[in-house]
Design a binder for this molecule. Structure first.
Ligand code: RIB
Ligand code: CA
Length: 325
């Protein structure tokens, strides 16, 4: 089986690191590029972390392109160092990256890679959707060139995590998200409806930390800060939610997920800003339906949370973790 080419669009972030190293370790996935975006931390920090990922995974040949430093329209809601640490990696000690950035902006990198590999690239955005929206607005033929889009973000039926209504990636840039979710391309939204239920428990975190490889040593140093956020704020919770890695799990084993097909809109106003609304049958056909003309999106609504967490751990504890050729 040939491996699946992905561009990983990321705002690292500790769970972004878990996801990136999972994808980089997995032979079924061919990471052809990383693109950075502001989000969990400002763009200088997230970009440096993306460079660190390919370096630590022994893949300095994988290009990294720097992306947007702010949302499309309004001011950003701001970074979250209290969740991911001041350096986005749980305040783990990290060296300066030694490899060079791509000269291309992330949006242009995405388009050029998609054009050069027509029909083969899966976009996996796990941060604000600004780069993807910019790419598709600059190049309206992008959807014809891309194989698929798998987004970590959104909440069709679950409450928000960054506000009462909004999931963090959507709330950073709802205008961009509404563009991306409204394009006519095969798109799956892996959001809080499923990722909230996927937990890496203490034994699983210890198994990941026990692997003596550069990626896992970084994860071992980075995950405790993020874990503490969960355990200090959620009564009775043990471990952490590896949100972004759940999108990688979906690429590998979609059969572990329950899905529905419905159009989505993103709420722009008030305390519901950032909320992803799935079409409901009563309002879908109204003359002024918010979903009029919108394509169906595959929405992950649940899944086998235990099997998904075990898949994430299995990929991160491969004997050759981080050294895939
Ligand atoms: O809501 C979870 C998402 O927000 C993840 O992508 C996490 O990294 C943060 O950006
Ligand atoms: Ca992220």
């Amino acid at each position: 089986m040939s491996s699946r080419k992905i561009i990983f669009d990321t705002d690292p972030g500790v769970d972004d690191a878990v996801a990136a190293f999972m994808a980089l370790a997995c032979p079924e996935i061919d990471v052809v590029g990383l693109t950075s975006v502001y989000g969990n931390l400002p763009i200088d920090i997230t970009t440096a972390n993306a460079l660190r990922f390919v370096e630590l995974a022994g893949r300095p040949d994988i290009p990294v392109a720097r992306g947007a430093d702010r949302p499309l329209v309004v001011d950003d809601i701001g970074p979250v160092p209290f969740i991911h640490g001041d350096n986005g990696l749980g305040n783990a000690p990290v060296a300066d990256p030694s490899i060079e950035l791509s000269p291309l902006h992330a949006a242009e990198f995405i388009y050029q890679m998609a054009a050069a590999n027509a029909g083969e690239i899966t976009l996996v955005p796990v941060g604000p959707l600004t780069n993807i929206a910019l790419a598709v607005r600059l190049h309206p033929d992008l959807p014809e060139l891309v194989h698929e889009v798998v987004v970590m973000g959104g909440n069709a039926y679950a409450p928000g995590n960054a506000s009462p209504g909004g999931e963090a990636n959507m709330l950073h840039d709802p205008e961009a998200a509404d563009i991306v979710l409204g394009e006519d391309w095969p798109l799956t939204m892996v959001g809080l409806d499923v990722t909230n239920a996927v937990n890496l428990d203490h034994a699983q975190l210890a198994a990941i930390a026990a692997v003596d490889s550069p990626p896992n040593l970084l994860l071992a140093a980075a995950m405790p800060f993020y874990q503490a956020f969960y355990e200090d704020n959620l009564e009775g919770f043990e471990g952490l939610c590896p949100h972004d890695a759940v999108a990688i799990a979906y690429l590998l084993q979609p059969e572990l997920f329950e899905t529905v097909q419905k159009p989505l809109r993103v709420e722009m106003h008030g305390f519901g800003r950032g909320k992803t609304w799935a079409a409901d049958p009563y309002h879908l056909t109204e003359p002024n339906s918010p979903w009029a003309g919108r394509p169906d999106v595959t929405i992950a609504t649940g899944g086998d949370a235990q099997a998904i967490s075990e898949l994430i751990v299995a990929e991160l504890t491969r004997a050759d973790s981080g050294s895939k050729p």
